[in-house]
Ligand binder design. Structure first.
Ligand code: GUN
Length: 157
């Protein structure tokens, strides 16, 4: 299995590629065992698609890569805690474990109009087995918001 920290470093790298393209500060990598099957950044602004969060983009790429709607056994590293939309998508995709760095509160502080309710808890109450593990390289991931803010054309939503 690829170490979660290595997977997160890939997501951070991809996020920075997105920042260089004027995109929002979110990256997400997905692995099955040793194989990285997706690594995407947020493309909301680029594609004029409000649902094009890093996690949704990565799930779609992973589904295509393995030609399977289910990502059972997959491990996800995402630079920020998934929003409720992405959390539900990760559940639908049957992802096993999600590691994240920055939190939804960090994204809200960064200027994003985040929904701040306990989605992880509600998901569990609803029967989801998705495992969410916070605190993987949080400082590196939080820094991405500052880098994004340093672009005078950064776009909030
Ligand atoms: N985790 C996450 N949170 C977001 N909030 C706004 N966009 C995103 C995104 O792509 N990923």
């Amino acid at each position: 299995m690829i170490p979660p920290e290595d997977l997160m470093r890939l997501a951070i790298e991809r996020c920075r590629e997105g920042l260089a393209r004027g995109q929002s500060p979110f990256g997400c990598a997905i692995a099955v065992g040793d194989r990285v099957i997706a690594n995407e950044h947020n493309t909301v602004v680029l594609t004029t698609d409000i649902t094009a969060h890093a996690e949704v983009n990565a799930i779609r790429a992973a589904n295509r890569a393995i030609q399977n709607i289910f990502l059972e056994g997959a491990v996800v590293a995402t630079t920020c805690e998934p929003c409720p939309m992405c959390m539900a998508a990760l559940h639908w995709a049957r992802v096993d474990t999600v590691y994240y760095g920055a939190t939804i509160a960090d994204a809200a502080l960064g200027g994003f109009n985040e929904l701040q309710f306990p989605a992880a808890e509600l998901l569990r109450q609803g029967g989801s087995k998705l495992k969410l593990i916070p605190g993987l390289l949080p400082e590196e991931c939080k820094k991405l918001f500052l880098e994004w803010q340093s672009n005078p054309n950064h776009r909030v939503y």
